[in-house]
Design a protein around this ligand. Sequence first.
Ligand code: G
Ligand code: MN
Length: 392
Amino acid sequence: MSFLSSLWMAFQPIVSLTTGEVIGHEVLVRGPEGSGHATPNEILRHSHRTGQERLLEETCRRLAFVAGGQLAPQQKLFLNIDLHHKGMALDPGDLDMSAARVVIEVSEQQEILHDPQALDSLRRWRDQGYMIALDDYGTGHASLGTLLTVQPDMIKIDRYIVAHVDEDAKRRTAVESVVRLAQDLGITVIAEGVETIGEMRALHKVGVEYVQGFLCGRPSSGPAPSPCALILNESVLHAGRVSASSTSAVTSLEPFYDLMLDEYQDGVYYVDRTRTILRWSRAAEEITGFRADEVVGRRCMNRILDHEDENGEPLCYGMCPLVRVMADGRPRQEVVSLRHKQGHRERVVVRAVPVLGDGGRIVGAIEFFRPAPDPLIPAGGHSEDVPAIRKP
Ligand code: G
Ligand code: MN
């Protein structure tokens, strides 16, 4: 049997620490035992030696989607993509699975931040509805910059940081700060390489939502149930607090506020912590050409508005004012441009302020925007001392 046709996919479960459910499986490439190319590292080395790297990537993507067919309907498929292979399509083949159930893992070990083609692929896949996970988080290139630029749906904290988290206060602090940052950015956290109950309990305590690792199941030939469901019910949930990480969102406003919003001359919109647009005022409709029913419920990063800064750099995947406001709680005002529904670009002055919920937690942000006056407002934008709005 040839090298490529001998490869197969192992499944490793990813488990919710809140419910004990297996929410999905990461598929990992394997070769025959004793062949010299049984593990991913050996497989990569062999493909490099024999000049089959691109073919290997194509094979892995195909095998991953085929493997997805074995998952239960509510489970997600996590697959690893090597962004070095430019212009390679993601083709689900015969797999009848919505893109929202597919999580594309990209390793932070790769230089994504300064690779326009890689960023472009990610953007395209996100537009197609796939989810993006930043893999090996905390061990690769520019973790924070990559996080802010890619704006992944999930991050997978690397085993290097997770191992012995129960015995090492520094690791615990590191994980805790990643969790807090991720929560503020609306990103889901998965801890990788969990091997002991002690680690799992410590991760649960600091608010990690999902875990993967030998404890919850070794990579195996099929999508097996995880023994963690039992362990969780018996030990973790009753030993520590159950993390309540839901984003409490403002979904309806009093008629007075509604009227006021719609009569206000600036465009106004409100997003929750995941940047899902929950309210879109009449002036926002007029300035952008997009009706409320076309944008409410969508994430602003999905390139509806396609914000650009004054130098024409896209903002929706990076340092969008709303993201920064929700990250540090500081209101901001700057000049950006957005794409009108008719296609032309409009320069607007935007002012973004955080919305605080119970206990001062940031639960969302409001953006006010109006056409920018000419001549040019000084470039670079500046922060204004605007007080945060408290949730009614
Ligand atoms: O980089 P990525 O996270 O995709 O790597 C997954 C690899 O980590 C797989 O090869 C898998 O076998 C290995 N792995 C998965 N869980 C554990 C674990 O709990 N401990 C260790 N040491 N390795 C693990
Ligand atoms: Mn992975």
